[in-house]
Each structure stands twice: as C-alpha cells, then as structure tokens.
Design a protein around this ligand. Structure first.
Ligand code: FES
Ligand code: FES
Length: 157
C-alpha cells in the first residue's frame, strides 16, 4: 500500500505491506537506522520514537497507522543550534556505552522532560523504566537527563 509519513518534518512517500512495522519501515525503507530494534516485543525501549509528541515503541506500531501523525526519530532531534539538551547531556556524562539503547533512552527522556520539566530522580527512573540498558549505565543516564532538565530550565529564563 502507498503511504505518506511525516518523519522529522519531511513528508516521505513509500510503499509498505499492510502489516509492516514502523521500526522496520524507518530503518529498512527510509534508512533511518538510529532507532534500534532490540526485542521486537515492546519490552526494551530501543525502538522508541515520538508519535505526535508521545513516546511509542515503534516495534509495536503498524506503519499504516502512523500516517497523518508527526514522527520524530533520533535523527530529527537536534536543532539548527546544535544537539538537543538531552543529547548534550548524554555526551557530557558519557551516558552511552555500546550505544544500543541510547536513541530510545534519549527519545523517552525528551518526552519525559516535555511532560515534567523538573523531574525528581525517582521520576526520571520511573520514566525510563521501560528502557533497558544491558551495559547498565543507568547512573550516568540519570545524571544526563537531570542536567538536561537544568539546561532547559536555564534556557527558558
Ligand atoms: S525493539 Fe521495540 S521495545 Fe524492544
Ligand atoms: S549503552 Fe549499551 S545497552 Fe545501553
């Protein structure tokens, strides 16, 4: 079937099977390989993208249902002025080890900070509880998100 997807602010025309999964379409059809496919069962969070601003595990989303929605992937997060604060926080704290979970962690963290601009550590941990890091770098990930929240608060002043 013919589908139009709005990905990172660009309309992409493509052909996909009715049962095509969004993670596969992003990676294999559109070449956006930043989002990772870990479990493919909705359990690891590596495939997290934003759909109309809300975080979704794209391994559980049919491509066809993402039509007419705004999709943001890790490739679309940085702005003209540079990295998104969450990305910068991950760089500053060395919060990526093998990096496999990192795009999903960053997208989920971005959604979290949109919902709650001043999260406590417990709220960050809770918000990221569906994103698994096999390298177990949770301490630096929490610090990165916390610092991003402070940076974003400063930018607003
Ligand atoms: S690949 Fe989607 S949640 Fe693991
Ligand atoms: S950095 Fe390796 S899985 Fe998280």
């Amino acid at each position: 079937m013919e589908i139009n997807l709005n990905v990172n602010g660009e309309i992409r025309d493509l052909v996909a099977e009715p049962d095509a999964l969004l993670i596969d379409t992003l990676r294999e059809t559109l070449g956006l390989t930043g989002s990772k496919k870990g479990c493919a069962t909705g359990d690891c969070g590596a495939c997290t993208v934003l759909l109309d601003g809300r975080p979704v595990t794209s391994c559980l989303v049919l491509t066809a249902t993402a039509q007419d929605k705004e999709i943001v992937t890790i490739e679309g997060l940085a702005g003209e002025s540079g990295l998104h604060p969450v990305q910068q926080g991950f760089v500053d704290f060395g919060a990526a080890q093998c990096g496999y979970c990192t795009p999903g962690m960053i997208m989920m963290s971005t959604a979290l900070l949109t919902e709650e601009a001043h999260p406590t550590e417990d709220q960050i941990r809770d918000g990221l509880s569906g994103n698994l890091c096999r390298c177990t770098g949770y301490g630096s990930i929490i610090s990165a998100v916390n610092t991003a929240a402070l940076m974003m608060a400063e930018d607003e002043q």
